[in-house]
Design a protein around this ligand. Structure first.
Ligand code: DC
Length: 228
């Protein structure tokens, strides 16, 4: 299988680049953040953030988390409900970042990600794909950009989706997530030693895609072709 890992901080363009690259090479795109968002959403919905002494492991045993591809688009189902239209808010992002520090949550989601990559050629994006989930990925990319550029991209995206947002709030939200994702003990946001680091601050989406595309083309694709 061809496994491509794309990691980086929030708003670096990982998902847009990963989706396009997957399209170009006709392989799957797996957004691993959506899994953490689904768990965060569940915790918010159930009011578990404020409850004392609950067991996250016990909770996860009851919520059947499923990954499905419908018309090649990834959907996350939780207890039978399609969560795709519920998990893109800033609240859910913050909840996802919070739950992602929990070892049990990470272990639970790790297997889902690895099992998928074992049997599918995939571009997987997240925070720990090159370091933890797929340490033997065929290509590892770490996409980054200045905090301001990332906040501005996220702000534009939220506004285009019809929301009413304030730039400073979006900026502070991304800044807080950077800190929480990089400072956590387990699987923190880091570039793998063998990752190609790409700073996209001054790149358009197209330029970032071309850069990653050319890195994929430098791999010996013949080796994977029959497996795609
Ligand atoms: O990529 P995203 O913004 O949808 O991710 C939401 C949160 O999930 C992110 O702030 C940290 C967590 N996450 C993680 O810990 N590991 C991953 N591989 C992907 C996301």
């Amino acid at each position: 299988m061809l496994n491509i890992a794309i990691d980086g901080p929030a708003g670096a363009g990982k998902s847009s680049v990963a989706r396009k690259v997957a399209e170009i090479f006709n392989i799957f795109y797996f957004d691993t953040g959506a899994l953490y968002r689904a768990v965060g959403f569940y915790m918010l919905k159930k009011g578990l953030f404020n409850r004392q002494g609950f067991s996250i492991e016990g909770e996860l045993a009851f919520c059947n988390l499923e990954l499905k591809y419908l018309n090649k688009k990834q959907h996350i189902f939780l207890c039978g409900e399609d969560l795709n239209s519920h998990i893109r808010t800033s609240n859910v992002a913050a909840a996802a970042s919070f739950v992602s520090r929990n070892l049990k949550v990470r272990e639970y989601l790790l297997n889902m990600q690895r099992d998928f990559a074992k049997v599918h050629s995939v571009v997987m994006d997240g925070r720990d794909i090159g370091t933890v989930v797929l340490p033997s990925a065929n290509l590892k990319v770490f996409l980054t950009a200045s905090l301001r550029a990332r906040a501005f991209r996220r702000y534009k995206e939220l506004i285009l989706n019809g929301g009413n947002y304030n730039f400073e709030d979006v900026f502070n939200n991304i800044k807080a997530r950077d800190l929480s994702d990089s400072a956590r003990e387990i699987a923190p946001l880091r570039a793998a030693k063998d990752a190609v680091v790409i700073d996209t601050t001054h790149f358009s989406l197209d330029e970032s895609v071309k850069k990653v595309q050319s890195l994929v083309e430098q791999l010996n694709l013949e080796e994977y072709i029959e497996l795609l």
